[in-house]
Design a protein around this ligand. Structure first.
Ligand SMILES: Cc1cc2nc3c(=O)[nH]c(=O)nc-3n(C[C@H](O)[C@H](O)[C@H](O)COP(=O)(O)O)c2cc1C
Length: 416
């Protein structure tokens, strides 16, 4: 039978994903002031579980509350909240889907209102964001060991509280992606220089998470097909890292691309950042829909684990064609499920032919991220999504929300 979005997928660790659609990681900003899970997260993940994805990946969960991607992130660093995590996992698996926790450390992409001294592989500032990001200092060797141990701790806690897998975030310019990039990582020790050295942080993290969570626990990695920056992590380097991750026993590779300087994950190339794009933008319609399809073929040829592509996928026809032709094994969906949480079920049942591309109607386009984040907060509060929200209002509401959440962090007990 032809493989399609309805087909199940067996992972190397023995886990079975009931279908080929994945709700991709979407930062929620719904944790409490101690960065613990909340009833809003339970409500949102129940909706996504009931929405039909075979795999639901959480928004990025941080390993250390000193360094957040945004103030409302969930953090697991001995800050309590274990029962809240259990409720979160239970709500997110009610329909029998997999629920994987995305585990992350933002490194230099930690905003100023969260932390006044971020850490990174090297003391190299982001070239975008102006005052919003403080130049990082280079991590000491013991901080590298500590960060890896924290990824492992979070993986063990994910398993203990009922999540059915983890995804290590090695894409989009966060800490692991910074280690992989020759532009962000200019270390001269065993953590920098050659690709072997730049990939060491990722591979050691995978090994530590595997040891902590067990051989039968799914471990995925989200990786850039390329940073799309001259001198950055290249597609050729991505192929070698994928070979290594196969040796390391990774169960699912999610292919994305870009970072804050070059936001290719949202379909934008060649805009921000001092470095220029080293890749042309695809011209054909089908390639345009799936941002990273031209890379997934090559990745799949060297990958010993299944490969998922995320970014731009909207039509049922394109998704099924990609799966049937073997260009990828799973399809990730991001922005459409911020509004239509049951889209995967609708696509599989054939009730809709295409996801809505809400991003096309948001003016100005830079309001997009806030617009989608606000929809998640609404669903978490039990309100319907607001498809008519204007871009200008989204910017105002999102900035207000982030400032309030950052204020709430002030005065809490010191981190462990
Ligand atoms: C509101 C929002 C939050 C996101 N948060 C995360 C995240 O926490 N982790 C991650 O890996 N990607 C994150 N992404 C990127 C998505 O997972 C996905 O790669 C991207 O939206 C492209 O897929 P799409 O075209 O289907 O939206 C986020 C995207 C949006 C719009």
């Amino acid at each position: 039978m032809t493989v399609g979005i309805h087909s199940s997928l067996l992972l190397p660790c023995g886990a079975l994903i009931p279908n080929r659609l994945c709700k991709a990681a979407l930062t929620e900003g719904l944790a409490d002031a101690m960065n613990r899970s909340t009833p809003q997260l339970d409500r949102l993940y129940r909706a996504w579980s009931e929405g039909g994805s075979g795999l639901v990946v959480t928004g990025n969960v941080q390993v250390d509350r000193r360094y957040l991607e945004r103030p409302g992130n969930v953090v697991i660093d001995r800050n309590g909240g274990i029962d809240a995590l259990r409720r979160y996992a239970q709500a997110g698996t009610v329909a029998g889907n997999h629920l994987w926790m995305q585990v992350n450390h933002p490194g230099r992409q930690t905003p100023r209102h969260v932390c006044t001294q971020p850490i990174a592989p090297s003391a190299i500032a982001l070239k975008v964001g102006g005052d919003h990001y403080v130049p990082p200092r280079a991590m000491h060797a013991h901080e590298i060991d500590d960060a890896i141990a924290r990824f492992a701790h979070v993986s063990a806690m994910a398993r203990a509280t009922g999540f059915t897998g983890v995804q290590i975030h090695a894409a989009h310019g966060y800490l692991i992606s910074q280690f992989l990039s020759p532009l962000a990582n200019q270390r001269t020790d065993e953590w920098g220089g050659s690709l072997v050295n730049r990939a060491r942080f990722l591979r050691e993290t995978v090994r530590a998470c595997r040891a902590a969570a067990g051989d039968d626990f799914p471990i995925g990695v989200k990786l850039n097909s390329s940073d799309f920056q001259l001198g950055g992590f290249s597609h050729e380097e991505c192929l070698q890292v994928v070979r290594w991750l196969g040796e390391d026993g990774v169960d699912l590779l999610e292919l994305s691309g870009g970072n804050y300087e070059q936001p290719s994950m949202m379909g934008v190339r060649g805009t921000a950042g001092a470095a220029q794009s080293s890749q042309p933008v695809a011209e054909s319609t089908r390639l345009r829909e799936a941002y990273f399809l031209e890379y997934s073929k090559a990745v799949r040829a060297v990958a010993s684990m299944p490969v998922m592509i995320t970014g731009g996928l909207r039509t049922r026809t394109a998704m099924n064609e990609i799966l049937a032709s073997g260009e990828a094994d799973m399809i990730g969906l991001g922005r459409p499920v911020c509004v239509d949480t049951d889209l995967p079920a609708q696509l599989i049942a054939g009730r809709v032919e295409s996801a809505q591309s809400y991003e096309r109607g948001i003016d100005p386009p830079k309001a997009g991220l806030g617009w989608f984040c606000l929809q998640l907060m609404k669903i978490g509060r039990g309100e319907p999504p607001d498809r008519t929200l204007s871009g200008a209002q989204a910017i105002r509401d999102y900035v207000d929300n982030e400032q309030q959440a950052a204020q709430a962090l002030i005065g809490r007990p010191a981190a462990h």
